[in-house]
Design a protein around this ligand. Structure first.
Ligand code: CA
Length: 688
């Protein structure tokens, strides 16, 4: 047993049998992402070096937390692929590809990412992008069982990691932006049998909902003329935590669908349980209590962000708390047994609410909050003050290390909104948003930071600023270290108490995923999955190389060479193209904003994750209609848009892209500044 363990009684059990492993998504069910390993510490981290690199053969976003059990690493990549690797050498033991159809990529709001597997006993559990929950044999990768957890006729996706609670596998789903009804469920680990399902929002069928008390309670917070066809959202796409002692499962619920509440919920109402933290009895699936962070969410302010369970001294007593930094910009501390709100404080710049009233538990909205009839610049942006990138908590420093995002965003309502099941239904007018975006001068620009938050003092203790708009997950260790990757492709170690940079190694592939640490044969490793993408990654300005996904592992004295990567290509090829009228080009611009912008859109700042269409190769220009209408690149994730666009539309878009290729300071450049999810906040906003 190593020297840290005796210091903290609550870690004793962990240390005795599993401290070497990273056996669960957030290290343990409390999801602190704090490892008691301390062989690597502030005094020797300078000797840390790359020891192996595993190329994933995949260029899309990488968000997985590797699970390490008994010297074997189980890790996922984009497209829900699983690899079992020797955790000491990176050698492949087996791999499993669920063969998710390329078309499914169109239903993924934020890239075809996967955040990892769960391992329990002899099984590995995977949530696949197409809604399957799959149990694999841990030794061989063979499929034990597979169940479809979603309606395949709806645009549900799974990107989150399953969690194992007792003999159950818990899994949610995503898809709110396209129009689905959120839920999560429990499946018997041995067989895949559905044990219970919890819907987070009501249905139009009031009678059916009345049978379930939680849904009856929720129904009272929605009007009869709610936008039922949008499913109402409330997807549980990432966060769960479990208190084994109290047998309480916590679930974080996502945003409402569509965003604009004036259209979604014309009669008002809090719209339970969107943007809420739910406490559930996992034996029955019944609701114990709920706390809604953002009543009547109108800003994509999900509360699906990572939740941490801890014990804190609070006004003279020990309290069992749950901590979350959801997108809405407030850091919450709740008593996790009763649901009592203990604290809610701004951890980034927030202008949609002045404060949270601790008596009522409700945020007090400002006049800026309502964008239903006027374009508003609102902070945080739709990416939130903190997105999926996991934060970490060190019981040694008492600090929570949050990958924060410091942005604002021009919310612009679409007065002609009609629900369309084939596309994003956020209720925003993208073309108008881009044309009318206010001139926000980036005089102060530090879009992301590593923020050390003191939950007891309720303030920031230290911050490290970055120029990238893409965050990265965090690991804290008993070695007094905090690890985080960068968009530029470095893994960096900071001192946990003061945020001093102590070590970094350039691996030249951008990192978003959270690092983990583990020990094999007495040697401690730090590992991280690299590859930029996701909701922010397609838009970043900093990534300098093409994006070959890798798993990287480091140890003291490691001396492996990072992979050589290619710089991002930048060559405009302009094909011969019949000139289009100004009207057609403008129509192409609008269609582009509606259908293409979300993935390809931020061209001038595009990462190369999704092709920047202005730099398309001649061969791509030659088969443009076949790509867009016939789906010839479907296997690569570019599905057919024949259900939304016709040949004339495609010509208009193509003509517009070619014009932009020639004239790079045009619309798409402005789009990049407007919707880059990293519009800089003017310095004066940060003065308060
Ligand atoms: Ca969302």
């Amino acid at each position: 047993m190593h020297r840290y363990c005796p210091l903290l009684l609550f870690l004793l059990v962990t240390c005795a049998w599993a401290a070497d492993d990273w056996s669960r998504h957030g290290f343990d069910a409390a999801e602190q992402r704090f490892s008691p390993l301390d062989d690597i510490h502030t005094g020797n981290v300078q000797r840390l070096g790359l020891t192996w690199a595993f190329p994933t053969g995949n260029t899309r976003g990488m968000e997985a937390t590797p699970i390490v059990v008994d010297g074997v690493m189980y890790v996922t990549t984009a497209w829900s692929r699983v690899y079992a690797l020797d955790a000491a050498t990176g050698r492949t033991l087996w791999h499993f590809d669920p063969m998710v159809a390329g078309e499914k990529g169109r239903d993924a709001c934020c890239d075809v990412v996967n955040r990892g597997v769960a391992v329990n006993g002899e099984q590995v559990f995977l949530g696949a992008l197409d809604g399957r929950l799959i149990a694999l044999n841990r030794r061989t990768g063979a499929v034990n069982w597979s169940v479809q957890t979603t309606n395949t006729n709806k645009p549900y996706t799974i990107t989150g990691a399953p969690r194992v609670v007792r003999n159950m596998v818990i899994i949610g789903n995503g898809g709110a932006e396209f129009g689905v009804r959120g839920y999560f469920g429990a499946y018997e680990a041995a067989t895949g049998k559905l044990l219970w399902r919890f819907y987070t929002v009501p249905s139009e069928d009031r009678q059916a909902d009345a049978a379930q008390p939680s849904l009856a309670q929720a129904r009272a917070t929605w009007p009869d003329d709610a936008l039922w066809e949008s499913g109402l959202g409330g997807t549980v796409w990432d966060a769960f935590a479990y208190d084994a002692e109290s047998n309480i499962l916590y679930a974080g619920v996502g945003n409402a669908s569509q965003y604009n509440r004036a259209v979604r919920s014309p009669g008002g109402g809090d719209n339970l349980y969107v943007a809420s933290i739910l406490a559930i009895d996992p034996s029955t699936g019944r609701l114990l209590w709920h706390y809604q962070t953002t009543p009547a969410d109108s800003w994509d302010y999900t509360a699906t962000q990572h939740m941490i369970l801890a014990e804190l001294g609070w006004l003279g007593e020990r309290r069992k708390v749950l901590m979350q930094a959801p997108k809405n910009g407030f850091f919450y501390v709740l008593d996790r047994i009763t649901g009592e709100l203990l604290a809610a404080d701004k951890y980034v710049h927030v202008n949609w609410a002045s404060h949270v009233d601790l008596e009522t538990g409700r945020p007090v909205e400002t006049e800026i909050a309502d964008w239903s009839s006027t374009q508003r610049m609102i902070s945080p942006a739709i990416v939130g003050g903190h997105n999926w990138h996991p934060m970490a908590f060190s019981p040694l420093t008492g600090l929570v290390y949050i990958p924060t995002i410091h942005t604002t965003y021009p919310f612009t309502a679409d007065p002609n909104f009609r629900f369309d099941p084939r596309t994003m239904n956020t209720g925003e007018d993208f073309p108008r948003m881009v044309r009318e975006v206010p001139a926000v001068v980036p005089r102060f620009c530090s879009p992301t930071r590593l923020t050390a938050w003191d939950p007891k003092a309720r303030r920031v203790r230290w911050e490290v600023p970055f120029t990238s708009g893409v965050s990265a997950g965090v690991l804290a260790t008993a070695g007094g270290l905090v690890f985080q990757g960068t968009t530029e492709g470095e893994l960096v170690a900071y001192s946990a108490d003061e945020g001093e940079r102590l070590w970094g190694q350039d691996v030249s592939v951008g990192i978003m995923a959270p690092p983990v640490t583990y020990r094999v044969a007495g040697e401690q490793y730090v590992a991280v999955v690299a590859g930029i993408g996701g909701s922010q990654g397609g838009h970043n300005t900093v990534m300098r190389n093409e994006n070959p996904g890798h798993v990287f592992a480091f140890k003291l004295g490691g001396s492996a060479t990072p992979p050589a990567t290619r710089p991002r290509a930048r060559q405009v090829q302009t094909p011969d193209f019949e000139a289009l009228s100004e009207t057609e080009l403008t129509r192409g611009e609008t269609l582009y904003a509606q259908h293409c912008l979300r993935c390809h859109g931020l061209s001038a700042q595009s990462s190369g994750l999704y092709p920047d269409l202005r730099y398309s190769a001649a061969e791509v220009h030659a088969i443009w209609p076949q790509i867009v209408l016939d789906g010839v690149f479907a296997a690569r994730g570019m599905a057919s848009f024949a259900d939304s666009l016709d040949a004339r539309d495609v010509r208009a878009i193509h003509g517009y892209v070619i014009r932009e290729a020639v004239r790079t300071q045009g619309f798409m450049h402005r789009a990049a500044q407007a919707i880059g999810n990293s519009v800089c906040i003017p310095a004066e906003w940060l003065a308060d």
